[in-house]
Design a protein around this ligand. Structure first.
Ligand SMILES: Nc1ncnc2c1ncn2[C@@H]1O[C@H](COP(=O)(O)OP(=O)(O)OP(=O)(O)O)[C@@H](O)[C@H]1O
Length: 242
């Protein structure tokens, strides 16, 4: 298989004062992959995602995304990546269409808003204020915001947290649709069942170290007999020794 690396992370470190949030983290992501990041609270998932998006500078190491230096060329890079914004509070009072148009205005490279609305099945909600939507639909809208510049890579930080089972399943179905369109997706999540079903590879972060990075099947095969799920991988690798 001919794999194209779209993210290359080499030995990045990040300290907050005396606290080591990331220690010599290295990995790569290939085009079209759904790449998961798991770890306990405080393991460094958000810090890592923020660095991949060019929002936070590592103390040491390099990050190349789509051939660009994520720090030095962050402005150019932003045209080619999508970010899931955890809070919609800035646009609460706008309608869904108005909010999409606002976010689109931040970019030179633009997607067709009607296509995003159709793809994410947002038609019934386009003229409703964002704040009137349920949690599940707000997360779907946040995903729509991440698509306004037709990004090559989409970064998502625990987007299904707080959603009920049906809303989670619907959200994952959308992600699989985007993956089938060739998007690369990098996401942190605590949704182990869906990560196991849908991710191509998963990095396990423990206290700032990537302790494992492999396909869900390979990760499961590395834990003691009798465990058959990502829950077991999480307990064994992400939690071990904590
Ligand atoms: N701006 C900051 N200043 C100081 N410490 C920080 C800062 N941001 C994060 N940290 C600390 O760095 C560590 C990693 O935080 P991070 O948010 O990356 O973890 P996480 O795995 O995303 O956690 P969660 O699942 O709770 O979101 C935590 O101990 C956190 O308290």
């Amino acid at each position: 298989m001919n794999l194209e690396t779209v993210i290359q992370v080499n030995s990045i470190c990040k300290c907050y004062g005396p606290y080591n949030a990331l220690n010599e983290v290295s990995f790569e992501v290939n085009r079209g992959e759904l790449f998961g990041i798991i770890g306990t609270s405080g393991a460094g998932k958000t810090t890592l995602l923020e660095m991949l998006m060019g929002l936070r500078r590592p103390d040491q190491g390099t990050i190349e995304v789509l051939g660009m230096d994520a720090i030095m060329e962050a402005k150019q890079l932003k045209e080619y990546i999508g970010m899931h914004m955890y809070s919609n509070s800035l646009v609460d009072n706008l309608t869904v269409r108005e909010a999409l148009e606002l976010f689109q205005s931040f970019y030179i490279k633009q997607n067709d808003i009607d296509r995003i609305i159709a793809d994410l099945e947002l038609e019934p909600y386009v003229n409703k204020p964002v704040k009137r939507l349920s949690g599940g639909w707000q997360q779907r809208i946040a995903l729509a915001f991440a698509l306004v510049n037709d990004p090559e890579i989409i970064f998502l930080d625990e987007p299904t947290t707080g959603l009920d089972k049906q809303a989670r399943a619907d959200y994952w179905a959308l992600l699989m649709k985007l993956k089938s369109q060739g998007k690369t997706i990098v996401m942190a999540s605590h949704d182990m069942g869906e990560m196991q079903r849908n991710c191509d590879r998963i990095a396990v972060l423990r206290k700032g170290d990537i302790v494992r990075c492999d396909s869900p099947q390979q990760l499961i095969s590395q834990i003691p007999e009798g465990c058959f799920s990502m829950e077991g991988v999480y307990v064994h690798f992400a939690y071990a020794g904590m």
